[in-house]
Design a protein around this ligand. Structure first.
Ligand SMILES: Nc1ncnc2c1ncn2[C@@H]1O[C@H](COP(=O)(O)OP(=O)(O)OP(=O)(O)O)[C@@H](O)[C@H]1O
Length: 877
C-alpha cells in the first residue's frame, strides 16, 4: 500500500462488509462516492450516513484524520427520508440546545435511566458459545464472518459451533473448547465474568428425580454457591370430604358417580348449598380445587328439576382479574345486566365468583356486582401434595473491570442464566416445567440459553422446550399447548399468558424469573404445578432490583396472609357515560328506578349525554320519573365501547425467507422490538430486521446468528392534560386536595425513538449507536404525581447533587414498590424520562403513568392510596 493510502473497513447493517482504499487526504464524501459505485448496500440505498464508533462522520472530514484503530470499522446506515425530528446527536452537533446546562442535567437523567436498563441487561450474558467466540472484542470484529451468519443466505455458511461435550455427555473438567478465528481455544468457563457456571456445578446425568430429591440435588450442585436463601415446605393437605348432599337429585348423583365423584370436598358442598338457597357466594380456594363443580352442580340441578328452567352462565371465574379499567367496565356491564333482569324480566340472578386469594375477595366482588352481601368460602377441602418453594438469589461476584475507574465492583450473577440452568436441570431430570418470565424478550432469552446448556449436556432434549407467549399467532400457541399436554414438550418458558385457564396437563415444577407483579399472581403461577395431589416444586429466582431483594431478605412476606387489595372503581364518570348510552339503548333510563344501579351521579351524566345528543327525555315530566331514550348516532352503542383497552393496531413480523408470519406486535410496543437493524427474537432464534414498512405496518426479517443485541434509545414525555389544574403549585394544591399533595389526571404519553445501540452479547459493551427515524407514538392514559417542593430542589442543587437524576431514581424506586400495594405488574406502569430538548418546561415532579393506552385505572388507585396515607404518602408507601 502506498504510504499516503489508507484502507478502511465498511460494514452494512446486514453484516456485509467491504474494504475501501483511499488517499489519506480524501474526504468522507469521497468514501461515500466510492461506496456508491462499488458496495451493494450503498448502491441499493444511496442515501446513507457513515458512523465510526457511534459518531456520525462529517462529509468534509479527511480519511487520514479519522481515529480508526486495528479492527475498527465504519458502519453504513441507510436512511429513507429526512426527519423533522432531530436525533440527539444532530441536535448536539448543531447546537440547537437552548439551555446547555439543563440539557446536560436531563441527559444525565436519561443516562441514569439507561444505566438502569443496562443494569438489568448486564445480567444478560453471552451464550457460552458467543462468549468464547468474542473473548476479545478487537479480535472478533476483525473477523467479518464471525459478526453474523445468515441462515439460508446465499453464502450458506453454517454457524460456528464450539466442540460439544464427549459422547457420554460429560464435559471435560474445567475446559470447554471453542473456535475463535478458526483456531481452537480452551477456556475455563467458571472464570468468565462470573456469570457462567463451572461445568462441575452443572450436572450432566439424566436420572429422573422427584421434587424433594431435586431440592437436595440442587443444594449439592447448582445451588451450592448459597443461592438457596429459603426453603418453604408447604405441607400436603388431606382432602376434607362430605357425602353427596341428600337434596341432590338422583340423576345428579348418578352423573357424578359416573365421573368418579362419590363425595364432595367440603367447600364444594358449602358453595352448592348456599347457591341453591339463593345466596351469592365467592369461592377463594386453591388452583385445581374443584371450583367448576361448585357452579356447575347448582345450574344443572335447576335445569334437571324444571324442564322450563333456563340458566345463564355470567359465573365469574378468576374474579381477581376484574380490576382497573377492565374491572370498571365489567362492573357497569353487570349493573346493566341486573337492571334488565329486574326491570324487564322481574328476576334477580344469584352470583357465584371464583377468585385467587387476595386481601379483600368479598369486598371486591360486592363492589364488582353491586351486591349487599356475599358469602365467602375459603376453607379449602381439596387434597394437595406438598410443595417445596425455594427462594433463589443469584450469587455475588466481584468483577475486576466493572467500573469506569477500574476498581472492582460486586454484582449478582445473571438471574436469566440461573433460571436457564434450573430449567435445563428440571427437564433433564424428568420434571415437567414452566419457567415464568415477566416479558416476552426474557422468555426468548431463557429459551436460547437453556437450549445452549442442553446442547452441551443433553443434546436430545434441545427441542423438548419451547416458548409460549402473547404475540405468537393462535395456531402456533394451540400447537405448543397440545405438545405440552401430550408430552412432546417437557417445558416451556412462558409469560403470564399461561397463568390462567389453559390446561397443559400435569406440571411438576415452576420457575419464576423475578416477582411477577403480585403475590396472588405468583401463587397462581406456582399453582400450575402439583395438581392432583402430587408433590411439586417452585423456585423464585431474584433480579437485583429492590422488590426481588426485599423478598429474598424477608421471605415470610410471601408466605404470610395476602396483602394485596383487588380494587374496582364503578363510579368513573367517563366510563359511566359510555355505559349509560348502552343502558338507555337496552331499555329507557329512569332516575327513580335506575339510581340504585348507577349511583348518585346518574342525573348529571344523563344530562351531559342529553347535551351531546345521545339521550332525550320529555322536559315537561318530573325529572325523577321522566323516561330517557337513546337517540345517539351509533346503531348499537355497545359496539363502540372497548372494555379491555386492547390495541387493535398491530405490526406484523414476517420471516423473509419463508414468508411466514412470526408475530403481531401491538403498536405501542412495536418500535421497541422492530426497526431497521433491530435484533428480534422468536422461539429462541435471532432475526435481523431488514426493513420496517410503516405504511403496511410490516417488519421483514431474516434469521441470523448474531453476536450482538439491540436496544432502542428513546424519550417518553408525559403531558398532563387539564391545563392549569395539572400544574398547580404545591401550596395551592394543599388547599384543594384532601390530605395529600398527590394529583391524578388524564395525560398524553409520547415516546420518541432517536436511535439504537448494538451491544455485544459477550461483553455487554456498546458496539455502536445508530440513528433511527421513526414517527413518535402517542396515546392517552392516566398519571399520578407529586410535585417536588422548590425547597427540596434548592437543597439538592446547593449540595451540588443531580436533581433530575435523583428525581428519576426516586421515580424508579416508587415504581418498584407499587405492585406491593396494588395488583399490577411493574411493567403496567412507567415513569417519565423527559426529553431534554423538549421546548415546554418539565415540571419538577415524581410521576407514574399507566402504560396501557387508555389507562387501566392504576394511577387513580395510587392516588387513592396517597389519600389514605396522608401527606407525602406516595413517597412513603
Ligand atoms: N369431589 C371431588 N372428588 C374428586 N375429584 C374431584 C372432585 N371435585 C373435582 N375433582 C377433580 O379435580 C380436578 C380439578 O377440578 P377443577 O378443574 O374443577 O378445579 P378448578 O378449581 O376449577 O381449577 P382451576 O383453578 O384451574 O380453575 C378435576 O380433575 C376434577 O374432576
Amino acid at each position: 500500500m502506498a504510504q499516503e493510502d489508507r484502507e478502511v473497513q465498511v460494514r452494512a447493517l446486514d453484516g456485509r462488509s467491504t474494504a475501501v482504499r483511499l488517499a489519506a487526504g480524501a474526504s468522507v464524501r469521497d468514501l461515500k462516492a466510492a461506496l456508491r459505485s462499488s458496495f451493494a448496500p450503498a448502491q441499493v440505498s444511496p442515501s446513507f450516513h457513515l458512523f465510526l464508533k457511534g459518531a456520525k462522520l462529517r462529509l468534509d472530514a479527511q480519511i487520514g484524520s479519522l481515529d480508526i484503530g486495528e479492527g475498527d470499522f465504519i458502519v453504513l446506515v441507510p436512511f429513507t427520508k429526512a426527519s423533522q425530528q432531530c436525533s440527539s446527536t444532530r441536535m448536539q452537533s448543531q447546537n440547537q440546545c437552548v439551555n446547555t446546562s439543563k440539557a446536560l442535567e436531563a441527559s444525565a437523567a436519561a443516562d441514569s435511566a439507561w444505566k438502569d436498563i443496562m443494569d438489568d441487561l448486564s445480567s444478560i450474558p453471552s451464550s457460552p458459545q458467543s462468549d468464547a467466540a468474542y473473548k476479545d472484542f478487537s479480535t472478533s470484529v476483525s473477523c467479518p464472518d464471525d459478526f453474523m451468519t445468515f441462515h439460508g443466505s446465499s453464502n450458506g455458511s453454517s454457524r460456528k459451533r464450539r466442540k460439544t461435550c464427549k459422547e457420554d455427555g460429560n464435559v471435560p473438567p474445567e475446559t470447554l473448547s471453542s473456535t475463535v478465528n478458526g483456531t481452537s481455544e480452551k477456556r475455563n468457563m467458571s472464570k468468565k465474568n462470573g456469570v457462567f457456571k463451572s461445568p462441575a456445578s452443572s450436572c450432566h446425568c439424566m436420572q429422573p428425580l422427584e421434587p424433594a430429591e431435586m431440592v437436595e440435588h440442587l443444594k449439592q450442585g447448582l445451588g451450592k454457591e448459597g443461592q438457596i436463601v429459603h426453603v418453604e415446605e408447604i405441607p400436603s393437605r388431606e382432602a376434607s370430604f362430605v357425602e353427596l348432599p341428600c337434596h341432590l337429585s338422583e340423576a345428579m348423583r348418578q352423573a357424578l358417580n359416573s365421573i368418579g365423584i362419590s363425595r364432595l370436598y367440603s367447600h364444594q358442598s358449602q358453595a352448592i348449598e348456599s347457591s341453591i338457597s339463593g345466596k351469592h357466594v365467592v369461592i377463594a380456594t386453591s388452583t385445581s380445587s374443584g371450583k367448576s363443580l361448585c357452579y356447575n352442580i347448582p345450574v344443572l340441578e335447576s335445569l334437571s328439576g324444571d324442564s322450563m328452567a333456563c340458566a345463564l352462565y355470567i359465573v365469574i371465574d378468576e374474579a381477581h382479574s376484574y380490576k382497573g379499567a377492565f374491572g370498571c367496565h365489567t362492573a357497569l356491564i353487570i349493573r346493566r345486566l341486573k337492571r334488565i333482569c329486574s326491570n324487564v324480566y322481574g328476576c334477580h340472578p344469584t352470583f357465584m365468583f371464583c377468585t385467587a386469594t387476595s386481601a379483600n375477595p368479598r369486598e371486591h366482588v360486592m363492589e364488582l356486582a353491586n351486591l349487599d352481601d356475599v358469602e365467602l368460602i375459603q376453607n379449602d377441602g381439596s387434597p394437595c401434595g406438598s410443595k417445596y418453594f425455594l427462594m433463589w438469589n443469584p450469587p455475588l461476584h466481584t468483577e475486576k473491570e466493572g467500573s469506569s475507574k477500574g476498581s472492582p465492583v460486586t454484582r449478582r450473577s445473571s438471574p436469566i442464566v440461573e433460571v436457564s440452568y434450573l430449567f435445563s436441570e428440571m427437564v433433564r431430570h424428568g420434571l415437567r416445567c414452566i419457567a415464568f418470565c415477566k416479558t416476552r424478550k426474557l422468555c426468548e432469552l431463557v429459551l436460547a440459553y437453556t437450549r445452549e446448556i442442553l446442547q452441551e449436556t443433553a443434546k436430545e432434549l434441545v427441542d423438548s422446550i419451547s416458548v409460549y407467549r402473547a404475540g405468537y399467532i393462535a395456531e402456533d400457541r394451540r400447537k405448543i399447548e397440545a405438545d405440552l399436554f401430550g408430552g412432546k414438550l417437557l417445558g416451556v418458558a412462558a409469560t403470564n399468558a399461561l397463568e390462567l385457564g389453559i390446561d397443559v396437563g400435569h406440571i411438576d415444577a415452576t420457575l419464576h424469573l423475578g416477582f411477577p407483579g403480585s403475590i396472588a399472581s405468583l401463587w397462581q403461577q406456582a399453582g400450575r404445578s402439583g395438581r392432583r395431589a402430587k408433590q411439586s416444586l417452585a423456585i423464585y429466582v431474584a433480579f437485583e432490583g429492590p422488590l426481588d431483594q426485599y423478598f429474598m431478605k424477608l421471605p415470610h412476606k410471601l408466605f404470610g396472609k395476602p396483602i394485596e387489595h383487588c380494587q374496582v372503581d364503578s363510579h368513573n364518570p367517563k366510563v359511566l357515560e359510555q355505559h349509560l348510552s348502552c343502558a338507555a339503548y337496552e331499555h329507557p333510563l329512569c332516575l327513580q328506578y335506575d339510581e340504585h344501579y348507577f349511583g348518585s351521579s346518574l342525573d348529571s351524566v344523563m344530562t351531559i349525554l342529553k347535551g351531546k345528543g345521545y339521550l332525550i327525555n320529555n322536559p315537561s315530566e318530573p325529572f325523577s320519573s321522566s323516561m330517557w331514550n337513546y337517540i345517539g348516532p351509533e346503531k348499537s352503542p355497545s359496539q363502540t365501547v372497548s372494555i379491555r383497552a386492547i390495541e387493535h393496531d398491530k405490526y406484523k413480523v414476517i420471516d423473509r425467507l419463508s414468508n411466514r408470519l412470526l408475530e403481531e406486535i401491538e403498536e405501542s410496543k412495536a418500535f421497541f422490538q422492530v426497526y431497521d437493524g433491530a435484533v428480534y427474537m422468536h422461539q429462541g432464534a435471532n432475526y435481523l430486521v431488514e426493513e420496517l414498512d410503516l405504511s403496511s405496518r410490516t417488519a421483514f426479517c431474516r434469521k441470523a446468528d448474531l453476536k450482538y443485541y439491540t436496544k432502542t434509545r428513546d424519550y417518553t414525555d408525559i403531558n398532563v392534560l387539564g391545563g392549569e389544574f395539572a400544574y398547580l403549585p404545591t401550596s395551592t394544591c394543599k388547599t384543594n386536595c384532601v390530605k395529600t399533595t398527590a394529583l391524578a389526571n388524564d395525560c398524553k404519553v409520547t415516546t420518541k425513538w432517536f436511535g439504537f445501540y448494538r451491544i455485544w452479547k459477550a461483553s455487554n459493551k456498546i458496539s455502536d449507536s445508530i440513528e433511527l427515524n421513526l414517527p413518535p407514538y402517542s396515546f392517552n392514559s392516566q398519571a399520578v404525581w407529586v410535585r417536588i417542593p422548590h425547597s427540596v430542589k434548592l437543597t439538592v442543587e446547593e449540595r451540588k447533587l443531580q436533581f433530575r437524576g435523583g428525581s428519576h431514581a426516586a421515580s424508579h424506586a416508587l415504581l418498584n414498590v407499587v405492585p406491593l400495594h396494588r395488583m399490577c405488574s411493574a411493567s403496567d406502569i412507567g415513569t417519565e424520562c423527559a426529553n431534554p430538548h423538549e421546548t415546554r418546561g418539565i415540571p419538577d415532579r415524581i410521576l407514574l403513568y399507566d402504560r396501557h393506552p387508555g389507562g387501566i385505572g392504576i394511577a387513580p388507585q395510587l392516588h387513592e392510596c396517597c389519600r389514605l396515607s396522608k401527606l407525602y404518602p406516595i413517597a412513603d408507601m
